[in-house]
Design a protein around this ligand. Structure first.
Ligand SMILES: Nc1nc2c(ncn2[C@@H]2O[C@H](COP(=O)(O)OP(=O)(O)OP(=O)(O)O)[C@@H](O)[C@H]2O)c(=O)[nH]1
Length: 398
């Protein structure tokens, strides 16, 4: 039967269930999870204390229970701040909780009024819900997201709860409903308690959706980006290449490909160490990014081999970009070498060889890559630190 007692216990049960769901996500180490779990544990205790009204001392079922409910919403709010990497305003939050606790003491032991206490706790919870909603709306752009839906859902749910708590405060401030006990089965009380049962589960569900979204975005980001250089991975490259090839065919536009490889990279590793070799790879991608347009894609295909896909670049444009790139990378790089605490800077000379191919009608991406690859090998055979086109490579081979 729908009674305040049952509603409070059902909500406590929801919070316990949420604890298990949050627990299953803990190993993702996404900031905020600990706070949300802590808040649900506190909410479950607060709700059981509230439900035990009359069975346990009033101090526990009124003052402690409501302060714990307030603490739970504060911690949920802190969880969202942590999720977005924001500072935690612990002092104002502690002060607001102290105020809540003190007001409950006053309006129970000095001037006993359940209506005033209800108004106070409704404002308290409502304002924190509003703060959560506004925080998410303002901070959503800070987070790596796949879809805006989880954050929007959570923010709107928080705003709706703010409205619900505001209405509850108004109803008891104006005496629209005359509250004698929290366990009173009046329509207003049941309505607000029912609404209250949804707060923790829905805010937690929103948080879980946001955690999932971040986990998925991070997994996709990791799968698509080379961990060392930040360039696209081979996997991502093929995706883009297929898409750009279709677009080039459809729009009858050019598409070119550069394949390049560091010359004598093994020697660089052997002379300066593997860490310096890594720095050379990072430097290559940083410099190449400056040379290419924002519609181009640079990918690390493996080891010291890279590809650059050049949409809307014909053979002449591709050759010009390749020459510019070769010249830029040929200038040697200043690399900070950090043995222990001391860091020294030295110039590590390196060069690259580049093969260029421009898409031919009815050619697939594998065939295009193959021709660029042959051009690259031809550049290596020609002495390295040189750009060779696929057409030139064919002439050289003949
Ligand atoms: N530092 C570093 N070295 C790598 C990485 N991946 C591959 N290598 C090294 O790159 C070197 C490639 O050597 P080779 O294939 O002989 O090519 P190369 O010395 O550049 O010679 P050419 O390509 O013929 O000019 C090997 O020594 C690999 O160990 C990496 O992520 N970091």
């Amino acid at each position: 039967m729908l009674s305040p007692f049952n509603l409070l216990l059902i909500t406590a049960g929801f919070s316990v269930v949420m604890l298990f769901v949050l627990g299953s996500l803990m190993r993702s180490h996404i900031p905020g999870l600990r706070e949300w779990a802590g808040a649900n544990a506190l909410a479950a205790i607060a709700l059981v204390l509230l439900a035990c009204r009359g069975l346990i001392p009033n101090f526990l079922s009124i003052v402690v229970a409501n302060t714990l409910a307030g603490l739970a919403i504060c911690i949920i709010y802190l969880g969202f701040r942590r999720y977005y990497g924001l500072l935690l305003p612990l002092k104002p939050i502690a002060l607001s909780l102290l105020a809540l606790f003190s007001l409950f003491l006053v309006f129970h032991y000095v001037y006993d009024s359940i209506a005033i206490r209800t108004v106070i706790v409704s404002w308290f919870l409502g304002i924190y819900c509003l703060a959560i909603g506004l925080l998410i709306f303002q901070s959503a752009h800070r987070s790596l997201t796949l879809s805006p839906y989880p954050a929007r859902f959570t923010a709107w749910v928080s705003i709706l709860f703010f409205i619900g708590y505001g209405l509850r405060a108004v109803v008891y401030m104006t005496g629209t409903d005359h509250l004698i006990s929290t366990m009173q089965a009046s329509s207003w009380n049941l309505l607000f308690l029912s609404l209250g049962t949804l707060v923790m589960p829905l805010l937690t569900m929103g948080a879980i959706m946001m955690v999932h979204d971040r986990m998925l975005s991070k997994a996709i980001q990791d799968a698509n980006h080379d961990f060392l250089t930040g360039a696209w991975t081979r996997r991502a490259f093929f995706e883009f290449a297929e898409r750009e090839l279709l677009r080039a065919k459809r729009m009858k536009r050019s598409l070119s490909l550069l394949m390049f490889d560091v010359d004598y990279f093994k020697r660089i590793n052997d002379t300066y160490g593997h860490a310096t070799g890594d720095n050379v790879l990072i430097d290559i991608v940083e410099r190449a990014q400056l040379e290419i347009r924002n519609i181009d894609y640079i990918a690390r295909m493996g080891g010291e081999e890279f590809s650059i896909l050049l949409p809307e670049a014909d053979a002449n444009a591709a050759l010009a970009i390749a020459e510019r790139l070769r010249a830029r990378l040929n200038s040697g790089t200043s690399i900070v070498i950090s043995p222990g605490q001391q860091s020294t800077e030295k110039t590590v000379p390196y060069t690259v060889s580049i093969g260029v191919a421009t898409h031919r009608a009815d050619e697939g991406i594998i065939a295009l890559m193959h021709r660029a690859d042959i051009a690259l090998y031809s550049a290596k055979a020609a002495g390295r630190n040189i750009v060779i086109t696929a057409e030139e490579a064919m002439v050289r081979e003949a």
